[in-house]
Design a protein around this ligand. Sequence first.
Ligand code: ADP
Ligand code: MG
Length: 720
Amino acid sequence: MAVLRFQALNQLPNLPIIDVKAPSEKVSDYFGENAFGLSKMKETLSPDVFQRVEHSIRKGKRIDEELANAIASAVKVWAISKGCTHYTHWFQPLTGASAEKHEAFFDITDKIEVFRGSALLQQEPDASSFPSGGIRSTFEARGYTAWDPSSPIFIIEKTLCIPTLFVSYIGEALDFKAPLLKAMEAIDNAATRVCQLFDRNVNKVVPSLGCEQEYFVIDRGLFNARPDLVMAGRTVFGHNPARGQQLDDHYFGSIPTRIYNFMRDFEIEAWKLGIPLSTRHNEVAPSQFEVASIFEDLNVATDHNQLIKDVMDKIARRHNLKVLFHEKPFAELNGNGKHNNWSLNTNTGVNLFQPTSSARDNLLFLIFFISTIKAVHDHDDLLRASVASAGNDLRLGINEAPPAIISVFIGTQLSAVLDELETNGNIEIEKGDNLYMKLGIDKVPEIILDNTDRNRTAPLAFTGNKFEFRAVGSDTNVAEPMMVLNTIVANQLSQFYKEVNKLMDNGEDRRLAIIEILRKYIKSSKKIRFEGDGYSESWLKEAKKRGLSNFTDTPRALDAYLTEGTKKLFAAHKILSENEIQARHETLLENYIKRVQIESRIIGDLALNHIIPTAIVYQNKLIENAKGLKELNLDNKAVIKSIEKISEHINNVRESTLQMIEERKRVNIIPDTRKKAIAYCDDVREKYTHRIRYSIDKLELFVDDEDWPLVKYRELLFLR
Ligand code: ADP
Ligand code: MG
């Protein structure tokens, strides 16, 4: 094993620097050249066909086979001109990764390239290999992928990729995308109706998403020499390097050449795909970086976030690098998160979360703003569940990421506005050069809104003109948290609309009715608002006092999917049926179990077959040394002490590992999935991984560096 480590280390200085050439100086020359979206359709389809497609997309209507044939033939010509030989339906099953099954365009009978409308519309992948939480019994293992025309088709490695939904034989959702599209429809319906109270021209509201994605980049050779990284995506052992992130010198520092070239390379690839990447910079931890894209329509942004991870992974190979998206690849260093910047935008070009200087618009702003807070208050547990994963459990709530307690930060100014609105008193706020927010309501003063008010510790923060959901894990498919967020806000807006109408039917003035309801919402959702330090010990206590939940592990967090409230919510907006919820819950639990199981197996394997034998060899050297010293009548107490210490750790590792393996055997036969997941959490992961790790990390400090089998943290993080 140490052989692998040193081979990888020796190769490092000789690795070639891969040159990267952009197709043109100007990004605009090639942006989107590998994507087939609306603008390409307009170029290649007849005006009549294009109009029909555009209409279907806008209205979310089915595309019939005749129309599909016309599109398919244009897509085929384009794809073949770009050298494509295959096409695939690209979808997002509940496993987390994206999936594909490639088909050739070439038809062997007719000896020509064919691509029919039917092949564009629908495919039947071998669905039995994807998790379905029991929705499909094995005799009916059919699932279909169905084209999502609202997301652009694209080309990766000479393969035409068609974004699709993955559904069962009878149309039940087996993926992340199908419910997301339904949630988008729900919020469109609810938000449009509310907007129409103010402006009849609004007939569509679309959610936008901009993701900030964190990741680590390490040398591929070093990565390959760490079986835990290869198998579980994270290091299960590794002593902290002498220098970690305490210097904070990596943040916004200069980017090393090899990594810089890799970044340029994937940026170019992403731009070709029409992914609007904007910023790149170093993150807090060594070798950690962030990439952000400019916000887009939610479903497209979701596909693009999945795609960018695929692209980064592929491009990294070219540069002998490996990208780590796991939420916690290295203990004691910051993990990887993904900030989800979310807003709602009307067809008339208004961002509903943008306060303005117009009193009328601000009332609309307040409806959306306060309704979102209220929605989060009422469904905080579900929102927490939507970001639950075995990886994210290791990140949330450990002083680098938001806690597992959901709360909303809105800043001093808006807090003052809400307080004022609630009590209807008077407050003085100084004027400045900033934006004024006039409420136009009696006794509510003008407010200066400044968005420099930042609190990085809140799971959900209002940042000027958008909400930022920060508890999302970097490896998480953003569709799930976004599906939940949009559904709960849609629900709240529907509620609001009903209440306003009721008051107005009773003769109340529209504006007063709105204020009355908002005041009620502010009062009843107060406990979810928190402006202080979310990482602090005192917040834990305070949150408990407020009655906020704090689910620190996935199996328990996922319970929120099964409550009556959740079932009603999803049913009311036709997002997920009870059957689909059950299946989803089951699948997410199974995913958790598998991940913790793999992690535990790799711990056992490394501990018994790599670490203990190495430690024993070293211990024997010390024993020889102690004997030698004694023969010469020299003091060997220090050596004996070391031998004793090493023995202690070896024994702990051996005993704990064997116990963990026994425990796994017991847990594996628990029939109930939830109970099994909880047992994996409490009795395997919580109980043993730290205990084993503790001794192994100590042994790393004892054993001769020449013999240590695992690539060390300082090598992984500081060499490239
Ligand atoms: P930071 O949070 O690091 O200060 P920015 O404020 O620049 O970063 O924005 C981060 C992300 O928010 C980007 O992806 C950006 O496109 C996105 N964003 C900005 N405005 C909106 C909006 N109105 N709706 C959704 N996302 C937005
Ligand atoms: Mg941010």
